[in-house]
Write a new protein. Structure first.
Length: 194
């Protein structure tokens, strides 16, 4: 069990480093350096100053919610990353614990989480849509959906049925696994328990 925890921690750190490297984003008022993110032996000491670039870009939001439109791009990036990371970690645990799901696999990189449950269940793809400040889901059960972040409820919500991303995953993945799961307390920004 100890090596499993170490392995999960190492994988999480590698995903976070890959995310930082791919997006080279800085949040809040921090300015990151490549050396701070990767190693003290790095040749490049130049700051990655994307804050001005990020704040100067204009992103459109497809949501009509006042709360979503006031949700800044750096805030979106932080919340989206926390959501996708926590979902990745929880899916990793589910796949490892349910060995009867033959050929199941979880991958995350460049803002795209892919969860393949194998036949007959199919593949879920959950990805960031930065220009719209959304998370998109492709489900083999319910099809595609676009989730906007509801700041007041701390949840990603599909505006056509007002169901959260975590509600849908709770329902559909519990049916695949065959037991009740808890996406709410195991994952960030579920709107419940956090």
């Amino acid at each position: 069990m100890m090596s499993h925890n170490v392995s999960n921690t190492i994988n999480k750190c590698l995903r976070q480093m890959k995310w930082c490297q791919s997006y080279s984003r800085c949040f809040s008022s921090h300015i990151c350096t490549r050396t701070a993110l990767y190693s003290q032996h790095s040749v490049s000491q130049k700051p990655i100053q994307y804050l001005a670039t990020i704040s100067s870009l204009q992103y459109r939001s497809l949501s009509t919610s006042e709360e979503t439109s006031s949700f800044s791009f750096p805030e979106y990036e932080v919340v989206c990353n926390e959501t996708l990371e926590s979902l990745t970690d929880y899916f990793d645990v589910l796949v490892e614990q349910n060995t009867e799901l033959i050929n199941s696999d979880v991958t995350y990189g460049d803002g795209v989480l892919t969860v393949n449950f194998g036949d007959p269940y199919g593949t879920y793809v959950i990805n960031r849509q930065s220009p719209n400040k959304q998370i998109w889901l492709s489900s083999p059960t319910s099809g595609p959906k676009r989730y906007d972040y509801d700041v007041g409820n701390n949840a990603w919500v599909y505006k056509y049925d007002t169901k959260s991303l975590h509600d849908l995953l709770q329902e559909e993945i519990s049916a695949i696994i065959g037991s009740k799961l808890d996406f709410y307390s195991n994952c960030s920004h579920s709107g419940k328990h956090n």
